[in-house]
Design a protein around this ligand. Structure first.
Ligand code: ADP
Length: 185
């Protein structure tokens, strides 16, 4: 059966890394909204130009920039076998949008994974990662935004009964093994 996987988890939790590994293992596309936006910025597209200011400040990009993009991506042919969403949904409004969208394309309930990592470990990892938006101030703001806007998404899926919490404060291989066990069941 087709697998739809959603990765939640704060910045620095390793969701990008794990999403990529799992996508290769399952041979399904890895859809990272952060990557799509960063590539739009690198190519100076209108989307990139509009998104940059928000990203530099650690704020979420407004829905009007992101929802159509996700809708189009999930209508592509290569998602028939499954997909992994990394960085979406990041707010309850995005989660309800995704529910409707999955209804449109006749997709079964996704498997939602929340990678948990202690706050001080996150800060440490992000400072070491050194991506362009990983300055101390944006890191602080991104973690706040996660707490305010994305944590409620965890509750949203917990209530629906498809949330899996995974300890992300372990070696990459151990985390991958837990994810395989969840997704292949
Ligand atoms: P991180 O590893 O820090 O979570 P991402 O690559 O997922 O990084 O996202 C980087 C930035 O891209 C976010 O801080 C936000 O500004 C923007 N972004 C990514 N996905 C979304 C989304 N679904 N809604 C709004 N903004 C988003």
């Amino acid at each position: 059966m087709a697998t739809g996987v959603i990765f939640l988890g704060p910045p620095g939790s390793g969701k990008g890394t794990q999403a990529e590994i799992l996508a290769k293992l399952l041979d399904i596309p890895h859809i990272s909204t952060g990557e799509i936006l960063r590539s739009a910025i690198a190519n100076s597209t209108p989307l990139g130009q509009k998104a940059k200011g928000y990203m530099d400040q650690g704020e979420l990009v407004p829905n009007e920039l992101i929802l159509d993009m996700v809708r189009e991506r999930l209508h592509d042919q290569d998602i028939q076998k499954g997909w992994i969403l990394d960085g979406f949904p990041r707010s309850v409004s995005q989660a309800t949008f995704l529910d409707e969208l999955l209804g449109e394309i006749n997709y079964a309930a996704p498997c939602v994974i929340d990678l948990e990592v202690p706050h001080d470990v996150l800060i440490d990892r992000l400072l070491k990662r050194g991506r362009q938006d990983d300055t101390e101030e944006t890191i602080r703001r991104r973690l706040e935004v996660y707490h305010e806007q994305t944590e409620p998404v965890t509750d949203y899926y917990r209530r629906k009964g498809n949330l899996h919490i995974v300890d992300g404060n372990r070696g990459t291989n151990e985390v991958t093994q837990s994810l395989k066990d969840i997704v292949q069941n």
